[in-house]
Design a protein around this ligand. Sequence first.
Ligand code: UD1
Length: 343
Amino acid sequence: MKEKIIVTGGCGYIGSHTVIELIENNFEVVILDDLSNSNEKTIDRINKITGITPKFLKVDLKDSLKTDEAFKAHKDASAVIHFAAHKAVGESVQQPLKYYKNNFYSLLNALEAQSENGINNFIFSSSATVYGTPNVLPITEENETQRPFSPYGNTKKIAEEILDDYTKSNKEFSAISLRYFNPIGAHESGEIGELPSGIPNNLMPYITQTAAGIREKLMVYGNDYPTKDGTPIRDYIHVVDLAKAHVIAVKRLLKKEQEKSLEFFNLGTGVGYSVLDVINTFESVTNSKLNYEIVGRRDGDVPQLYASTNLAKEKLGWSTNKALDDMISSSWVWEQNLRNENN
Ligand code: UD1
């Protein structure tokens, strides 16, 4: 018998890559997604890659009755991986209530439905944004969290606090919060990848869309930071490496290997690259010139953010395999496939 995992937001960018890794590790997957920022075609693409079609229920997790119904139908599931959330930083600043409502209603309804239906293992999709502007680098999980700049980031920080309270109150329940650094890249098949709606906020999709001629030029937000070339440094991680960590975290919960009822792990490579490093690598990998211009700083950007990966290595036995050029070339293949499909 395969163990069943409920994946909320399983049609999204990180969710869909995780579904593939779960299937390849012999789990049965049920996806709950409202398709608000994703596409049902992803299910067919998952089938194309794995030969298996995961079960899919179109559910808006803000609706507590529908959420409970969906969980009830799959109460034999062993764990939930909760990706479903809004994630656009800029939009969250413009529309904070939309973000607080969506991200918290969904989280709370999922937790309630889960405990109603006796499913006691939970993986939460968190972000390095919970560290705010760190004083010490690389960032370990011991670093204090700080109020993030954006409402989006704040939903991640508060969600971790909710999980902390909840795991203390419900002794049956265990959770792992995975703090992502900067996920980029796409599946090697070229079948799935990031689908930014509208103008991308993040660096990588902005670069690939500029190279594809959809955006005129990339704005580089500031070159006066205290870094080697003046542009901010981030820890970019391949989405497939990231997805694999979710499978390991699920197995840890199922085998009851966790040391605390709520654990936190950084998911990054431990290596920081500047914006200009990313641009230069893109140019050399694709053998092209990118049109970009240095402009003023973007509100809320911190100079440097990169992970200490020791805890994930030691406790999860997880480390990353894929280098920056691999991340960038897979993003580029995906972008070109998207364009060919749309033409
Ligand atoms: C952002 C969010 C973070 C979220 C993560 C993944 C903030 C402060 N943080 O991280 O909460 O978890 O995305 O979605 O927004 N850059 C440019 N030009 C661009 C876009 C980006 O120069 O058009 C630069 C940025 O200034 C930054 C770097 O590229 O230095 C990475 O930016 P981005 O991809 O948006 O990620 P973060 O800001 O690190």
